[in-house]
Design a protein around this ligand. Structure first.
Ligand SMILES: [Zn+2]
Length: 185
């Protein structure tokens, strides 16, 4: 089932999310629904607070480079992260244009480490520690920010953020109205 998204201005997007205590049917259902939602919106990742759930859980669907031919990108792969923690960041950085399903039509460049090491639990309850680079690392850091109440617009350079401020105010106004009318129902 496709889930309704939380949009910019929704307080759930600013919550530091709670740890997942147990991988039960509720969590498995949530992950399935989130995958469906992600496919529907053609995103590169989705975090639980973006579907109104206060849980440290997200998934990425990011293309990876062909190890045989680094110029070539392979199809995106789906990865699920439960209770993730980024345990190391590379010194080398890269700048990527970012967008977010919760902040429609807003884009900006964010500078972040190129490679990270993450420890997390998968949907089968197995913990893993793995290195991610490139596009996929950017997606993981973007989603990991979400479960800590951080949005990519917080990481823009001041000048770029200022430029987007009027659009962000409009977005918030629009979604505040929608939220109000939904709360009345
Ligand atoms: Zn996002």
């Amino acid at each position: 089932m496709k889930l309704p998204l939380a949009y910019y201005g929704d307080p759930i997007l600013r919550v530091k999310c709670s740890q997942v205590k147990e991988i039960n049917d509720d969590i498995r259902q949530l992950v399935n629904d989130m995958i469906e939602t992600l496919e529907e919106y053609k995103g590169a990742g989705l975090a639980a607070p973006q579907v109104h759930r206060d849980l440290a859980l997200f998934m990425t669907f990011a293309p990876v480079r062909d190890p045989e031919n680094p110029e070539k990108w392979l199809k995106p792969r789906l990865r699920v992260f439960i209770n993730p923690k980024i345990i190391s960041y590379s010194k080398d950085e890269s700048v990527w244009g970012q967008g977010c399903l919760s902040i429609p039509k807003i884009f900006g460049d964010v500078r972040r480490p190129f490679t990270i090491v993450v420890t997390a639990t998968d949907l089968d309850g197995n913990s893993f520690t793995e290195e991610f680079s490139d596009y996929e690392a950017q997606a993981v850091m973007h989603e990991n920010d979400h479960i800590n109440g951080v949005l990519f617009i917080d990481r823009l350079e001041m000048r770029e953020r200022k430029k987007l401020e009027p659009q962000l105010r409009e977005l918030k106004k629009k979604y505040d109205l929608i939220r109000k009318s939904e709360a009345k129902k």
